[in-house]
Structures are given as C-alpha cells and as structure tokens.
Design a protein around this ligand. Structure first.
Ligand code: AMP
Length: 416
C-alpha cells in the first residue's frame, strides 16, 4: 500500500498508461467530429472571478450553494476554480462583441466540485463540452444534440439514451413555478424536509428529488409544459420532430429539469445503464447566461469523460487497443556501441520511429529482457565486431529471424 504522501487529494485521480490512451482517443475523436460541424476549440482559464459563476449559474443551485472551490487570493480577489465550462466560455464569448453572439466553440478539460466522492462522482473530473451561441432556434438545438449523438456513435458506444424536456422561456418561468407550487401545496406536509423548503425557494427541484415519496407526489402533478405558453410547447415539439427526422432517438421526459437556473427551452441528458446510480453521461440545454451587463443566449452540452470511459469499457472498448506500437530497441555491447547507438537512436527518432535503449552498458541478456518488456518489434544489436564492419544485427522479435544491415541503411530498413 502506497503511503499517503503519494496519494492525490481524495476525489481526484492520476491518469496513466494504458488508460490515458483511451482518453486520447476520445479527445481526438471529439475534435474530429466537432470540426466537421464547424466548432473550434477554446481554452479558457481554470480560475475565474467567482461572480462569473454566481451570476450565471444562479445562487439557488447545488453547485453554487455547496460545491464550488472558492477562495480569496493574496490580493483579496474572490476566485473560483471552475465547476463547469459554460460560464467561463460565455464570459470569453461575451467579450468578443458581435462575433461572440453567433459562435460555435468546444472545450475539454478538468472541472472541480467539492462533492462527497463516490462511484461516478469525483472532485476533479473532466468534461468535453460545446457551446453554440445565438437566439433561440430549435434547429440549432437539434444540430447540437445530433452532433453529440454522432460523437457517441463514432466512439462506438452503444446503449446511450437521450432524454429531453423543456424549461420554457424566461416568461414561462413564473407560470410554471406558480402552477407547480399550487399543485404541490395539498401535498406539502408529505414532502421530504428539503422539498418543503424547495416549494418556495426552487420548486423545480422538487420534480427531480430522489426521495421515493416525493416522486409519488410528483407523478400526480401536471407536466411542466402544461403551464408554458403555446410557443414554448411548439418549440419542444419541433425539436423532437426534427431529431426524429434525423434518426436521432430521443425520449421526452416530463421530470427532467437539470440543476441550473440559466436554462430555457430544450434541456436534455444522456444516460447510460452501465453507470449505475450516477447514470448521466452528459447534460445539455439551451440557456441565457448573464455575464456583466449582457444576457447571452446559446445552447450547449457537457459530457463527463470519466463516465464516458466507464461506459465504453463496459461495452468492451479497452484502453489496450489504443496503446502505441512498441517500435525498436537498440542493444549496445560495449562502450563504443553505446555511443554509436546514442547517435543512431536520435536519427531513428527524427525519422519518426519509436525506439528505446539502455543508457549504460549492461549484459546482452539484461538488455534483451528490457526489449521484451517494452514489447519491441525489432532489436538493433551493435557490438565491436559489427561496428568495425559498419554493420548492425537486425532482429525481428516476433519471428526470431535476424540479418546484418549496414548502419547507413538502418533508418530506411526500419522505416519499411
Ligand atoms: P453537469 O454540468 O452537472 O450537467 O454535468 C455534466 C456531466 O459531467 C455529467 O453528466 C457527468 O457525466 C459529468 N459530471 C458532473 N459532475 C461530475 C462529478 N462530480 N464526477 C464525475 N463526473 C461528473
């Protein structure tokens, strides 16, 4: 058991080989898919002024109330390590003026939430997200959801389920909240303690409360969309119809609310059964984010990379498939060969060949053992005799066959 001194902070992980190769595959595929839809990458700072999140996420949300890593820096500034990617991205886009109001960007990187760590819930986790700014347009929501589904199918992940609902417009917010509140009042005493508070503070969160009894009550309530205006209901129908046209399967879920205050119209989640209790692979929605004096509309999603990897592994997609091929190992018999190999390995690497060697003189046996451990496909064996002739022995490690090759031909020979 490693001593505590070598452990990362609870809820955070080191990532190494071979797992990291599956991550790289996911990231590379995401970049390729997003570029096809004309989304470009942005990299915003991980640390932001706290107000970037306080104002945009809404101060009754779990993230803002309980989960942000916030602190005052040495200059007395209130800062937060980003718990999600939308607020910072919109802050950046807002600063671009007109261009930022009609942009398509994606990001990937670590997010930080001070939650109680458990399976599928970490304090440092990673998201791949996109944001498309622009006024409410059902077709843009459709394009973003279709792109997300495209990414999952490109990654070869089966079994992902897209569930979708509407939060209506800003103008619907009050009638929806009032309507739900009125419908809930007769049951108030039966709700869990937290939901009794939520009725007045944040009634939408009663809808997705995990408590079984609260759920039974919610089942008897009218659907949120019944309190929305006709336009909002038509918007939702349009999104579902156009996605169906594209062959993207979505399920309407009357209980999906999503935690953040900035959502309006379409909200969705992608769920996967391989994930257990924390079954959300990704969340998304249309929003109006307030930063400074601007209110910026857009639509976006964030996919949890750890959970995506868990689902992929459960589907039999293994990191080992993506480990780079092992390449060549140089074996040096004696000091002179070691020095020659040092030059040779540089040449091979510059020619694009992956290779390794021992950097001190060791026995042939020890060096071959290392070559095997590295999984080398070829060994280049160099001793005083070979050096004198300007030759090396090239050994095919899988077949065992070996041949003499002139040192001057070696790069070309190995490139073949
Ligand atoms: P959210 O911003 O909460 O909608 O999260 C979007 C996605 O990020 C979720 O669907 C998860 O896949 C992932 N995610 C959120 N919180 C965590 C966490 N604490 N640990 C691991 N993944 C998370």
């Amino acid at each position: 058991m490693a001593s505590n001194a070598f452990q990362p902070i609870q809820g955070m992980s080191d990532l190494d080989s071979p797992d990291v190769y599956l991550w790289q595959y996911v990231e590379k595929t995401a970049r390729e898919v997003f570029e096809r839809y004309n989304f470009g990458e942005v990299r915003t700072p991980i640390l932001e002024k706290s107000k970037v999140f306080l104002k945009s996420l809404g101060d009754t949300t779990d993230i803002v109330q309980k989960e942000m890593y916030s602190f005052e820096d040495r200059g007395g500034r209130n800062l937060t390590i980003r718990p999600e990617g939308t607020a910072g991205t919109i802050r950046y886009l807002g600063g671009l003026g007109e261009d930022g109001l009609n942009a398509r960007v994606y990001y990937m990187g670590p997010m930080f939430r001070c939650e109680r760590p458990q399976a599928g819930r970490k304090r440092q986790f990673h998201q791949i997200g996109v944001e498309a700014t622009g006024p409410a347009n059902a077709l843009l929501d459709v394009e973003v959801i279709a792109m997300q589904e495209h990414l999952l199918s490109e990654l070869g992940l089966p079994g992902a389920r897209i569930v979708l609902n509407s939060r209506g417009t800003a103008a619907d917010r009050k009638p929806v909240a009032d309507g739900l509140r009125a419908a809930l009042r007769p049951f108030e005493a039966e709700l869990c303690e937290e939901c009794q508070r939520r009725i007045d503070q944040n009634v939408l969160r009663v809808i997705d409360c995990k408590n079984e009894n609260c759920q039974k009550i919610v089942d008897q309530l009218p659907e949120m969309r019944e309190f929305m205006c006709a336009e909002s209901r038509a918007y939702l129908d349009e999104v579902i119809a156009r996605l169906t046209d594209l062959g993207v399967n979505v399920q309407y879920d009357r209980k999906l609310v999503r935690g953040l205050d900035y959502y309006c119209h379409t909200v969705w989640e992608i769920q996967h059964d391989a994930l257990g209790a924390q079954n959300a692979l990704a969340g998304g929605g249309r929003y109006e984010v307030t930063i400074g004096n601007k209110n910026i509309p857009g639509v976006g999603f964030a996919l949890g990379v750890e959970r995506l990897i868990t689902a992929m592994e459960a589907a039999g997609i293994k990191a080992e498939q993506f480990v780079p091929k092992a390449g060549v190992w140089l074996v040096s018999l004696g000091e002179a060969a070691l020095n020659t190999n040092l030059k040779l390995i540089q040449e091979l690497r510059k020619a694009g060949i992956k290779c390794g060697m021992e950097l001190e003189t060791k026995s042939m046996k020890a060096q071959m053992r290392k070559a095997n451990r590295a999984g080398a496909h070829y060994c280049v064996i160099l001793g005083d005799d070979e050096l004198a002739k300007g030759m090396a022995v090239l050994k095919n490690m899988e077949e065992g066959a070996q041949s003499d090759v002139a040192l001057t031909d070696l790069v070309n020979e190995l490139k073949k």
